[in-house]
Design a binder for this molecule. Structure first.
Ligand code: NAP
Length: 248
């Protein structure tokens, strides 16, 4: 039986690279998107997966900050690919990049709901289809170096990403005996739309603070995801591809 992976926010940025890597690894993929502008990107990716890797995929619109939408996403996977989920990649995320006093309650609630609550929702809904599979299963949560250190103007983001690490460790412990590995990736600065919004001079200055001297690429994170999926004795860990910015 073919293996199935669900990825949230799978159409662009780090998610796009992970979606393609999942296809290359032979998974049938459930590609989630939220914004209308990402529908075509998702459809194109789905076509590419079939053409280049011969795997099946479905594209599902869902706002994963909402439990009901997460239910729809997991149901779509089960309806199409059956009642097992081999891999869950919680990747969807947003940032406000705003000083804490000016941040509105609505804006920080949105970051917490998107970057943390969605991970709880997806784990809660997917785990019943992931436990006790013969070959085991794997959850990978995208955290951030912001979950491991303080970053100014990112209080809500850092709180969510640190929460993701707590969730990862707790679920890893709880589900280790039921053959579910739960790990987190905590990327450093990676060139995606999330960073493209930042002033270019600021970006150049930021790059000089990275010991390896450059901002990472989405392929660095997809490669890390592949390693984690293949690593049989790895659970409850936070792997941080960050160019040497922090060494936790
Ligand atoms: P990105 O290019 O801005 O992409 C964000 C993705 O999240 C998009 O696919 C977006 O989907 C999806 N998304 C946002 N809100 C959603 C929601 N409510 N429901 C469903 N999907 C939603 O960002 P990225 O850099 O690839 O970030 C991916 C992950 O890596 C995030 O968790 C981010 O926090 C983390 N990260 C990024 C960096 C970095 O430097 N880039 C560093 C550390 C951690 P739509 O396009 O459909 O809206």
């Amino acid at each position: 039986m073919s293996k199935v992976a669900i990825i949230t926010g799978g159409s662009r940025g780090i998610g796009e690279a992970m979606t393609l890597k999942l296809g290359e690894m032979g998974f049938n993929v459930v590609i989630n998107y939220r914004s209308e502008s990402s529908k075509k990107l998702s459809d194109d990716l789905s076509e590419k997966l079939a053409k280049e890797y011969g795997v099946e995929s479905i594209v599902v619109k869902a706002d994963v900050s909402k439990y009901a939408d997460c239910e729809k996403l997991v149901k779509a996977s089960v309806d199409r690919f059956g009642s097992k989920i081999d891999v869950l990649i919680n990747n969807a995320g947003i940032t406000n990049n705003c000083n804490f006093i000016d941040l509105t309650e609505e804006a920080y609630t949105n970051v917490i709901n998107t970057n943390l609550m969605s991970f709880l929702h997806m784990c809660h809904l997917a785990l019943p289809y992931m436990v006790d599979l013969e070959e085991g299963s794997s959850i990978i949560n995208t955290s951030s170096i912001g979950g491991l250190m303080g970053v100014a103007n990112q209080g809500d983001y850092c709180a969510a990403k640190a929460g993701v690490i707590g969730l990862t460790r707790a679920l890893a412990l709880e589900f280790a005996s039921r053959k579910v590995k739960v790990n987190a990736i905590a990327p450093g600065m990676i060139m995606t739309d999330m960073l493209r919004g930042v002033n270019q001079d600021e970006l150049k200055a930021l790059a000089t603070t990275i010991p390896m001297g450059y901002i990472g690429d989405i392929s660095d994170i997809a490669g890390c995801m592949e390693y984690i999926i293949k690593a049989s004795y790895l659970t409850g860990q936070v792997i941080s591809p960050n160019g040497g910015v922090i060494m936790p």
